[in-house]
Design a protein around this ligand. Structure first.
Ligand SMILES: [Zn+2]
Length: 288
C-alpha cells in the first residue's frame, strides 16, 4: 500500500457509496494520534461520513487509553500544546523536559486509579475497559481497516470490496452485537506481521516515528487488521464478527490484554478461570 501514489480518488464514498465532490481529506489513522502520513485526498470519504467518524475518534481518544498513549508519546495538538488525557478523575500529560515515557498525573479529589510502589520508582495504572470505550475503539479500528482494504481494492480492480458491509455498518453506527477486537499486551508478534507501509520507506519511517504501523493479514479465512500504536497492538476482523483467528495469534505467543465484553473470556489465559473479584485492586472496586 503506497498511499502517496494513490492519485485518482473514485469520487464515491467508500463507506456509504454516495457520489460527489468531497472537500475533506481523510486521515486513515486519526490526525489527533499524530498522523500526517497516511492521508487520503478528498474524493474517498464523503464529508458526512468524515464528520461522523471525527466524532467517534474524538470520543475514543478522550476516554480510552489511546488518549493515555497519545499523551505519553508527547503528541502535539493542532493548538501546539502537548496532548493531555483524562481518564476517570485523573489527568495525564507528558512532561516536556523529561523523556516522553514520563507522565504527570493530576488527581481530582476522589478514588484514585494509580498506584505507586513503596520505592516510588514504579506506578501501575488500572484502566477499566468499559463497553462504550470498547465500542468506539472497535469502530475506529474498523474504519481504518475498511479504508485500507477499499483503497487497495479500488486501485487494483476499480471496485470496492463487497465483503465489508457488516463492518461498515458497525463502524458508522455502532449498532448490534459488539464487534470483536483484541488488545495485545506486547508487540512481540510484530515480527510475524508485514507492514502495509513498507513499500514506501519514507512513509514507513514517518509512521514509525509517530509510533504507529498498519498490517493486514488473512488468518483462518478472516481478514484481520492490526494497528500498532505506542506499546500495544490492536487486532480486529474485517469480514465478520469472527474470533477463530485469535487461535493463530495465541500460537504466535500473543498475550491478549483485553477484549470487549462478549469476547472477554478470550483474553484470559486458558489455564485460568474468570478473574475473581479479589484480584481487582480495592480502590478500583470502589470506583465501579
Ligand atoms: Zn459517506
Amino acid at each position: 500500500m503506497t498511499l502517496r501514489h494513490v492519485k485518482t480518488p473514485p469520487g464515491m464514498c467508500l463507506f456509504c457509496g454516495v457520489a460527489g465532490s468531497f472537500k475533506s481529506r481523510e486521515h486513515i489513522v486519526p490526525e489527533s494520534m499524530g498522523n500526517d502520513v497516511v492521508v487520503l485526498a478528498p474524493g474517498w470519504v464523503c464529508d458526512e461520513c468524515n464528520v461522523a467518524f471525527s466524532a467517534t475518534e474524538n470520543r475514543a481518544l478522550s476516554r480510552s487509553f489511546w488518549g493515555l498513549e497519545r499523551a505519553r508519546l508527547g503528541v502535539i495538538t493542532k493548538k501546539g500544546k502537548p496532548a493531555i488525557a483524562k481518564l476517570g478523575r485523573v489527568t495525564y500529560s507528558a512532561l516536556p523536559h523529561r523523556p516522553n515515557t514520563v507522565l504527570a498525573e493530576v488527581h481530582k479529589a476522589g478514588p484514585l486509579m494509580v498506584w505507586k510502589d513503596s520505592s516510588r520508582t514504579e506506578a501501575q495504572a488500572f484502566i477499566p475497559f468499559e463497553r462504550e470505550m470498547a465500542v468506539d475503539m472497535s469502530r475506529v479500528l474498523l474504519k481504518m481497516g475498511i479504508e485500507l482494504v477499499s483503497v487497495h481494492s479500488w486501485t487494483s480492480t476499480g471496485r470496492f470490496p463487497d465483503c465489508l458491509d457488516d463492518a461498515k455498518t458497525f463502524a458508522l453506527k455502532g449498532e448490534g452485537l459488539d464487534w470483536p477486537m483484541m488488545i495485545l499486551a506486547d508487540v512481540t508478534i510484530e515480527s510475524r506481521l508485514r507492514s502495509l507501509l513498507l513499500q514506501d520507506q519514507m512513509a514507513w519511517r514517518e509512521a514509525r516515528a509517530c509510533s504507529f504501523d498498519l498490517f493486514l493479514h488473512e488468518i483462518d479465512s478472516e481478514l484481520v487488521f492490526f494497528f500498532r500504536y505506542g506499546s500495544f497492538i490492536y487486532a480486529v476482523p474485517l469480514r465478520e464478527r469472527s474470533t477463530s483467528w485469535t487461535k493463530q495469534l495465541e500460537q504466535w505467543g500473543a498475550r491478549f490484554l483485553a477484549a470487549p465484553g462478549p469476547y472477554a473470556a478470550l483474553s484470559w489465559p486458558k489455564d485460568s478461570v474468570e478473574p475473581a473479584d479479589e484480584t481487582m485492586p480495592k480502590a478500583l472496586k470502589e470506583t465501579t
